[in-house]
Write a protein that binds this ligand. Structure first.
Ligand SMILES: Nc1ncnc2c1ncn2[C@@H]1O[C@H](COP(=O)(O)OP(=O)(O)OP(=O)(O)O)[C@@H](O)[C@H]1O
Length: 264
């Protein structure tokens, strides 16, 4: 049976202009992301992964082409439609975490709930539930600077979930974490995916990539290959790591090994 498509990029291009220079970060890229899939995006540094996530999530404007969320063209949205889409339909976990430094964990998590027009009691209830689910209840009144990297990453995920998004985008969510915290974040994303949320995650981490139903490999702003898996299962982890390692480019293999050595 065909899986429903939740996001589609068609002939997508993104060109960055700096002064008189132009850089084509995404080049005539076509891609379908399936609903309820755990989609992983890998590729060499600078290949366009973060740019692609920005375009699929409406956080940045495209240069040419089309981006669909179900049957709606989001690149055609006006500012109001776009802001509604970003607030209600998607949750975004940034590569740099990006919590507001002057707000406590609880305030950071609640903020998008209020921006979406949520009622105070409801936003508070959801914030409490997320603090508990992410195991950061004890840090709820602390500023991000008074917490660990792993706690901040979990708070950033909680913030992305406050409006029950249909798609969770996560840009290297384990990049700055030790193995234990990284594993916890992956378990959270896998759990959310099993409950029906679509996940699109960029990573250079093989263990993280193993969570994929579908792995998209990006090279030089284009889709260079796709690997499909059955649902994640601890038993098949070793075999899966091997097939992903063999699938990615030699340059990315070296990058993956360097990252593994750094996280030990
Ligand atoms: N705002 C910008 N202005 C100009 N060039 C940019 C801008 N943002 C990104 N780029 C360039 O576009 C290319 C793709 O960047 P992107 O951040 O999407 O790569 P990436 O695959 O996510 O890399 P990494 O794995 O290192 O995070 C890079 O060459 C980058 O230098």
């Amino acid at each position: 049976m065909e899986k429903p498509i939740i996001l589609r990029a068609s002939n997508l291009c993104k060109t960055y202009s700096t002064g008189s220079e132009q850089f084509h970060a995404i080049k005539n890229l076509d891609l379908d992301i399936y609903e309820k899939d755990f989609t992983v995006i890998m590729g060499n540094s600078g290949s366009g992964k973060s740019t692609l996530l920005y375009l699929l999530s409406g956080l940045d404007g495209i240069t040419t082409g089309e981006v669909f969320f179900r049957d709606q063209r989001i690149d055609d949205y006006n500012e109001k439609q776009l802001s509604g889409f970003r607030t209600r339909k998607i949750g975004y976990v940034y590569q740099s975490i990006n919590l507001v430094p002057d707000l406590t964990f609880a305030e950071n998590i609640s903020l998008p709930g209020y921006i979406a027009g949520g009622k105070k009691a409801e936003v508070r209830r959801k914030t409490e539930a997320l603090l508990q689910a992410m195991d950061i209840e004890g840090q709820k009144n602390r500023l991000p600077s008074q917490t660990s990297g792993g706690q901040q990453q979990r708070a950033a995920i909680a913030r992305a979930l406050i409006n029950d998004p249909e798609v969770i985008f996560a840009d290297e969510p384990t990049g700055s974490l030790n193995i234990e915290h990284g594993q916890a974040v992956l378990d959270i994303l896998t759990g959310l995916n099993r409950k029906g949320q679509s996940v699109v995650m960029v990573t250079h981490d093989l263990k993280a990539a193993c969570r994929a139903d579908r792995l998209i490999y990006i090279s030089d702003g284009k889709v260079a290959g796709i690997l499909e898996f059955d649902k994640y299962d601890e038993q098949t982890l070793a075999g899966r790591e091997e097939s992903i390692f063999a699938f990615i480019s030699g340059k990315e293999q070296r990058h993956v090994r360097r990252m593994e050595a750094l996280s030990r």
